[in-house]
Ligand binder design. Structure first.
Ligand SMILES: Nc1ncnc2c1ncn2[C@@H]1O[C@H](COP(=O)(O)OP(=O)(O)OP(=O)(O)O)[C@@H](O)[C@H]1O
Ligand SMILES: [Mg+2]
Length: 295
């Protein structure tokens, strides 16, 4: 359902297991109201992708997801024709003694619609819902693709020579994410509402962990979150994200750890830190010191 206010946005996201900051809920609410794309940047594992999923669930539609990568082209992003089926149709028409024309080849059923095109058309399962399009990790795509996207996002229409023009009756909610492996063009950013996603405060992270790793005890969750927050103050190559905190609580629960001690932390540190240099920094003494600080 379209949220009626910022509080309603927060509540609706939360009922789907997503705990947003007020700033993020405001940005999402405005993106919906102003029909502007939402550009999310932030560290890995802080809930960028997940927000798009929660927003789609909130609006009652299936999420359309375009994962960007180097070399992504319009055939994978927008549409392509199903050549094998077109050839088959051509042969069948010839065998039947018909003269094949454009309507033999360019039929709706032969048009393979990729996420960008799908986003311009109603959701067949729920035609009245606003579509939600996630363009994930735009920083991985090439610049020409970014330019193409810019055009699409400005008029929400595409023209397919053999088929016609497809235009969205209502612009989809577009969520674009970036991990900042490179800067995205100002022209694209200018069209969007921008939101930086940082690490959450303790209370919000606790709420997330409680919802996503319910098998761990409240006391353990509190201690684990405090420890992770201490880790984030250290000079690490890659600090743990929310995803890692959740995984860690689940791992501790799976090992039936009820009390955090240096040994149990040491044994499971690979769930939180994924770089050898970071792991090497945390020897037994440092773990004990960090645990002492994480009260
Ligand atoms: N605010 C949140 N509320 C609930 N769960 C969250 C939240 N933020 C993150 N999570 C959890 O953390 C996991 C990772 O989040 P997500 O995949 O959205 O991160 P990301 O920012 O897209 O990371 P990456 O840059 O690596 O793709 C999610 O699967 C979800 O379980
Ligand atoms: Mg992501």
């Amino acid at each position: 359902m379209q949220p009626a206010s910022i509080d309603d946005t927060l509540a609706q996201l939360q009922s789907r297991g997503y705990f947003a900051s007020r700033e993020l809920a405001t940005a999402l609410f405005l993106a919906l109201r102003m029909q502007r794309p939402l550009f999310l940047e932030g560290e890995p594992g802080v809930g960028k992708t997940e927000l798009a999923k929660a927003a789609a669930a909130m609006l009652g539609t299936a999420l359309l997801r375009l994962q960007c990568y180097e070399g992504l082209d319009t055939a994978s992003a927008l549409y392509e024709w199903d050549y094998p089926r077109q050839i088959m149709a051509l042969r069948l028409a010839e065998a039947a003694g018909e003269k094949p024309g454009g309507d033999t080849l360019y039929r709706d059923e032969f048009l393979l619609k990729r996420p960008l095109l799908q986003a311009l058309q109603p959701d067949p399962q729920n035609p009245s819902a606003r579509r939600v399009l996630l363009i994930d990790e735009i920083d991985r795509a090439d610049e020409p693709f970014e330019a193409f996207l810019l055009e699409l996002l400005s008029d929400f229409q595409v023209s397919i020579p053999e088929y016609g023009t497809v235009r969205a009756d209502e612009p989809p909610l577009v969520v674009i994410t970036s991990n900042r492996t490179r800067e995205v063009h100002d022209a694209l950013k200018r069209r969007c509402l921008y939101q930086w996603l940082g690490y959450p405060g303790r209370e919000r992270e606790l709420a997330i962990v409680a919802a996503r790793a319910p098998e761990s005890s409240a006391a353990l969750q509190r201690r684990a979150v405090a420890f992770v927050h201490q880790l984030r103050t250290m000079d690490l190559f890659k600090a743990p994200g929310i995803a890692e905190t959740i995984d860690w609580c689940r791992a501790l629960a799976a090992l039936a750890v009820t009390e955090l001690d240096p040994q149990s932390v040491q044994d499971t540190l690979g769930v939180l830190l994924k770089y050898q240099d970071d792991l090497a920094q945390l020897d037994t003494q440092r773990i004990a010191d960090t645990l002492a600080l994480a009260e």
